[in-house]
Design a binder for this molecule. Structure first.
Ligand code: BES
Ligand code: ZN
Length: 460
């Protein structure tokens, strides 16, 4: 192990240089113009997997962006098999004018690298590739069987990956899926994520009169789609943050007393939280702490809203149309299909008959949980402790990685979520960045993890 750790320390700079190359590729999955870049990114990952000594490396076509796969399976049948998952696609860059540097021209300042995808997820997935390299280059082998699966459609909800998992279930068969695409609870606090939220993403479209009207000639006599929309939205949640859709909470597993005690133990600076966001008051579901609200409880939020005149000055118009995007983060055990139906039925029920309302589901994903006494989780705790010299904490994440549930349902594999990002690294927003000290300590931790997994028996 000593040689491996030495190697990681000695190659620190080259690892970062390679990451810079990766970050230069504008692999934005939702933009058709970036399709060639998606292929470039897939090929870049393919070359990396080959270069570090993985075998059977191949780019697999899908109906969307390609998937990259590689493995090393010579550890023997008696050793566990892990599947490392990550995504090479990134979010769009807009609003581009708010970036301090161009998003695909990485810049390092104070050991922090700035670029789109730095923390989500290129920097984090690269940790695994470099840990694998350190093992293979020093010992000629890996302690366990490793499969690597890097996809290009996570940021658009992984629309083609479940099919790939089903079609390739033999190729991908594994005991655990190991993922670094979440955050550490706090700087210098290595974290094991044991829960991800699910998601139900909805759209409401409202049509009133067949054309925009003069609000003087018609106002007061025709319902206004924006007013109707506001009326509907105001009935989705009460002023204490409780969601009002009947049946919404039916399948929610309540936080146990024990879990709430654990939540309580995690450090949280409420004043700092408010200051950082420049808000005067925190807000959320009554009876729960902020920590619980943002990861252990379900939510409902409008993500976008439109309608009417939005330009300079005034325009006395009664618009024909209005609409909104609404998403609900779900906790494990809530079924997105049921929630979608409850949402649609409720919106239809509270909609005034004076406008036409169409509520529909755009996409969804289930949440997931991993038991913290799972042997591979216990081994992860030891590995993170070695990599950071700090005792790790357990946490739930408010975000979603919908494919994680499919790994369990299709491959029967539990997810071990070892996040090396930080919540305030601007994922999905301008000036996304990544702390390179976590990149380095992540590589050390995963190198230790591969070794700990070799003796999984001792954690059973
Ligand atoms: N890396 C994130 C997941 C995540 C989000 C982890 C927040 C930790 C905190 C992932 O790339 C992501 O953004 N997922 C989307 C999923 C959606 C597009 C279906 C999300 O959570 O919004
Ligand atoms: Zn991600």
């Amino acid at each position: 192990m000593e040689n491996i750790i030495d190697y990681i320390n000695k190659n620190k700079k080259r690892y970062v240089d390679e990451l810079i190359d990766f970050l230069k590729i504008p692999s934005i999955s939702n933009n058709p113009e970036n399709k060639p870049d998606m292929l470039d990114a897939a090929k870049w990952v393919e070359n990396q997997l080959k270069g570090v000594g993985l075998e059977n490396v191949k780019i697999y076509e899908t109906d969307g962006h390609p998937v990259v796969y590689g493995d090393w399976l010579k550890a023997g049948k008696d050793k566990p098999t892990i599947l490392v998952y990550g995504h090479y696609d990134v979010q769009p860059v807009d609003p581009i004018e708010l970036w301090s540097n161009p998003p695909f021209e990485p810049v390092i300042k104070d050991n922090i690298i700035y670029a789109r995808g730095a923390t989500d997820d290129k920097g984090q997935l690269f940790i695994h590739i470099k840990s694998i390299e350190a093992h293979i280059k020093n010992t000629g082998k890996l302690p366990v069987n490793v499969k690597v699966l890097i996809e290009g459609e996570e940021e658009i909800g992984s629309p083609n990956l479940s099919k790939f998992l089903k079609n390739q279930s033999k190729l991908l068969a594994s005991d655990y899926v190991v993922i670094s695409d979440t955050s550490m609870y706090a700087p210098d606090l290595p974290s094991i994520c044991y829960g991800l939220r699910g998601l139900a993403f909805m759209q409401i479209d409202i049509v009133g009169p067949n054309r925009d009207l003069h609000s003087g000639s018609y106002g007061g006599g025709v319902n206004n789609p924006i007013n109707a929309l506001a009326h509907i939205i105001s009935k989705l949640k009460d002023d204490k943050g409780k969601i009002l859709i009947p049946g919404f909470y039916d399948d929610v597993i309540p936080l146990s007393d024990n879990e709430r005690e654990e939540y309580e133990k995690l450090p949280f600076d409420e004043e700092g939280f408010k200051k950082n966001l420049e808000i005067d008051e925190i807000f959320g579901e009554e009876g729960y702490s902020t920590k619980e609200r943002i990861s252990g409880r379900p939510t409902l939020d409008c993500n976008g809203i439109w309608g009417g005149y939005q330009g300079e000055g005034a325009k006395t118009v009664l618009p024909s149309k209005a609409g909104a995007k609404v998403s609900m983060r779900l906790v494990p055990n809530q079924q997105p299909e049921i929630i979608e139906k409850l949402f649609i039925d409720y919106v239809n029920k509270i909609s005034p008959k004076s406008v036409k309302v169409n509520a529909r589901a755009l996409h969804s994903g289930k949440g997931s949980m991993t038991a913290i006494d799972t042997p591979a989780v216990k081994a992860a705790k030891v590995a993170l402790q070695k990599g950071f010299n700090v005792e790790p904490v357990f946490m739930r994440e408010g975000g979603s990685i919908p494919i994680v549930n499919s790994f369990k349902e299709i491959l029967g594999a539990d997810a071990i979520l070892l996040g090396f990002g930080l919540a305030d690294e601007n994922a999905h927003s301008p000036d996304e960045h990544y702390d390179l000290s976590n990149f380095h300590r992540g590589i050390l931790s995963i190198a230790y993890y591969l070794t700990e997994l070799e003796n999984l028996e001792k954690y059973k």
